[in-house]
Unconditional design. Structure first.
Length: 715
């Protein structure tokens, strides 16, 4: 034992020496970057207050470029890196490679640490005993800040082991999996497995689909792929922009630190409720009830929106204009034909000039040949000067914004007019009722974005009234600002576009939301992450068709992740038995961990609900070290939060969170209490698949609590 302990201490000392050298070089590089920044700041100074000479402008550009590059380098060097050096490869030719979050070279430009995304680091993730790739020993270093606290080795080529090589530990992956979960996702850069690495390093062109069941690491693999693409093709993706889309703000908060921990902080993260914020000041978190959500997400809502736009303004019975004493009239039918023709060619808000031109042209066609005017130009001026004409046009074609247009669906007369056969019965009533609530729902954001597309950008005066918040914008834009993000420059499109789009929990994206996404990446490459068995959208075939339309003729590839690292086998066995009843084709990965603790299935009455709930949450908190989640249906989530707030032992527990099943998507917790599973099924658009999500969030212990029912969900 003493010999083993002393050998471990010797190995720790060796690795600590390398880590110390890396941090010493980082301090030197940081001082150098700050020196460059200071040099850039002093590169140009002028006492001219009113004009700048051409040669001074060149110096100004150089100063901004210096400042921009130095700031980027300092941002990387100053980032807080958990485990900056995490890996080591001992090769058969005695070469040693250290692997880390960023690349670091010594003063002779020799690599102290190789960036995990570099080709030279691939064997760290790909090598196996069957295909060692010249690797003898793969070592994972566990560090706390800059101190090495542990070592885990994998021996890949026993025949090539030198006599003096130590093999220590029992496997880095299983050690990492057993760690307690916190409120934010950790990266897996030190424990990426071969099938995950293959997906991460896939070609960037076209569409890459990352599929797999719960707990296979789809989300974190997608994020690591984003970091890899930025590293391997930085100019393309940093200049063009990378967009990461997730289902909710809770989820985006959970993943927000993963990319910065990998050295990337130029990526745009948006939840579905924030995605249209580039064209509207909207950040929605409210979830519609199941009936309204399905109606708003289906492509059947598109003709309703088109009819809604066509109905804007007051349609007059006729237009009567007197020109040089000659009465000229257009009927309501003629005005309707003009309106339909213009809307087929122009967005609504940009169509009024064309509509006015067509109205004048139609009146000119009815003018007698002997009318005392000098051609159509004078006739046009005379018509437009008539007060009744100007009044009618203002009533017939008023400028409209997307928010005020969509709100009209809450008016009974309007929704009766535009619903047609596409929105009927309970769906029609649920949609109308939803607009009596405060704020927008997540499903509304895609409808608003669709209306921005149909309406077009409002005239400048309407934009000031509807869209600008906080007064006049006097922001100064410098050359460095333009270097930082070319997407901020003016374009003909109202929305931002990106070079690469990562869509997580893609199985939940509705067909209407896919249209919103496509507008952000018309020329983009895509990474699509999802699992149909966890879909909250009920029509799986409609979602599949929407994805096929996105891919089109683009090159595409699919990677299936086959191992469930999150769920203990005892928990996943229960969840698997449940989902195959309603979704026989579910992708069921292999769970590699066993805890020896079976899920606990409890029942309680409505009267004993609060007491039982408090007891179960307290027991879960006592039995696990990490976070605990109570996952409840929307109808009970307030009651669960009230129990937590009213219980002194629970109210101040920062490890405890209360979520709906939809909010829990993509998250994981050491302990999970699923409250009233049957109601989760009944109140969710995806029914059984949403409960499957709730049942697969636990990394250690799962408890379910049926309330006043028979537990119909149980396998």
């Amino acid at each position: 034992m003493a010999t083993t302990t002393s050998r471990l201490e010797e190995e720790l000392a060796v690795e600590q020496a390398r880590v110390d050298a890396v941090y010493a070089q980082l301090k030197h590089a940081t001082r150098s970057a700050r020196s460059v920044a200071e040099e850039g700041a002093s590169k140009y100074a002028s006492d001219r207050g009113r004009y700048v000479r051409e040669e001074d402008g060149t110096a100004l550009f150089e100063r901004d470029a210096f400042a921009f590059q130095a700031a980027r380098r300092l941002a990387v060097l100053d980032a807080e890196h958990e485990g900056l050096v995490f890996g080591k490869l001992d090769l058969s030719d005695r070469e040693v490679r250290y692997i880390g979050r960023i690349g670091v070279r010594d003063l002779e430009f020799e690599p102290l640490v190789i960036d995990w995304r570099a080709r030279a680091a691939e064997p760290f993730y790909r090598a196996t005993p069957a295909e060692p790739m010249d690797v003898v020993r793969r070592r994972v270093l566990r560090c706390r800040n800059d101190i090495v606290i542990g070592i885990e080795d994998d021996l890949l080529n026993a025949e090539a082991v030198p006599d003096d090589m130590a093999i220590i530990g029992e496997g880095a992956l299983m050690a990492a999996l057993s760690r307690a979960r916190g409120h934010q996702m950790r990266d897996i850069v030190a424990t990426i497995q071969a099938e995950q690495d293959e997906a991460i390093r896939a070609p960037h062109a076209g569409v890459t689909v990352i599929a797999g069941g719960p707990g296979t690491g789809k989300t974190v693999v997608g994020l690591h792929r984003t970091a890899y693409l930025l590293y391997s093709n930085r100019r393309r993706f940093e200049n063009g922009g990378v967009l990461v889309i997730g289902p909710s703000s809770v989820f985006m908060n959970y993943i927000e630190r993963v990319l910065p921990s990998l050295g990337e902080d130029t990526v745009t993260l948006r939840s579905l409720g924030q995605l249209a914020s580039d064209v509207l000041p909207v950040n929605a978190t409210r979830i519609d009830d199941a009936v309204a959500a399905i109606a708003k997400g289906s492509l059947r809502i598109l003709p309703v929106l088109r009819r809604l736009v066509a109905s804007l303004g007051d349609v007059p019975e006729s237009l009567l204009v007197t020109v040089k004493g000659e009465p000229l009239r257009l009927t309501a039918a003629e005005l309707l034909r003009i309106r339909q023709h213009v809307l087929s060619r122009h967005p609504y808000n940009r169509g009024r000039p064309a509509a006015e031109d067509e109205v004048v042209g139609a009146l000119w066609a009815k003018a007698p040949a002997d009318l005392d005017v000098e051609g159509i130009e004078q006739f046009d001026d005379l018509v437009r000067s008539v007060g009744t004409y100007r009044q009618l046009m203002s009533m017939w074609w008023p400028p409209m914004s997307a928010p005020e247009t969509l709100r009209r669906l809450g008016e009974p007369k309007v929704i009766d007019l535009v619903a047609g056969d596409d929105l009927v019965g309970a769906a029609k009533a649920a949609v109308a009722k939803s607009y009596a609530l405060d704020g927008w729902s997540v499903a509304d954001v895609a409808l608003l974005d669709e209306l921005v597309h149909l309406l077009g950008t409002p005239p400048a005066e309407l934009e000031q009234d509807v869209f600008i918040e906080g007064g006049e914008d006097n922001e100064l834009v410098t050359i460095a600002d333009q270097l930082t993000d070319t997407r901020e420059l003016e374009t003909d499109e109202p929305h931002s576009t990106y070079a690469h789009v990562l869509v997580d929990e893609a199985q939940d994206i509705t067909p209407i939301q896919w249209r919103m996404l496509r507008r952000r990446g018309p020329q983009a490459s895509w990474t699509i992450v999802g699992d149909p068995a966890q879909s909250s959208w009920p029509d799986v075939d409609e979602s599949r068709r929407a994805l096929e339309n996105l891919i089109g003729a683009s090159p595409s590839r699919t990677y299936r992740l086959s191992t469930n690292y999150r769920s203990p086998a005892e928990v996943f066995d229960l969840a698997s038995a449940y989902i195959v009843k309603s979704f026989p084709d579910a992708d069921l990965p292999s769970a590699v961990r066993h805890t020896g603790i079976d899920p606990v299935l409890h029942e309680t009455s409505d009267t004993g609900f609060g007491e039982c709930l408090a007891r179960e949450m307290s027991e879960l908190l006592a039995s696990v070290e990490g976070t605990v989640a109570a996952i409840a249906p929307p109808s009970r989530v307030d009651a669960v939060r009230a129990v937590v707030a009213g219980h002194s032992a629970l109210a101040y527990q920062d490890r405890l969170v209360v979520l709906t099943a939809l909010e829990a998507k993509g998250l994981e917790h050491d302990g999970v209490l699923v409250v009233d599973p049957d109601s989760i099924v009944a109140e969710s658009p995806g029914g059984e698949r949403v409960l499957y999500v709730a049942l697969t969030r636990a990394t250690q212990r799962l408890v379910t609590l049926d309330v006043g029912g028979t537990g119909a969900w149980r396998p």
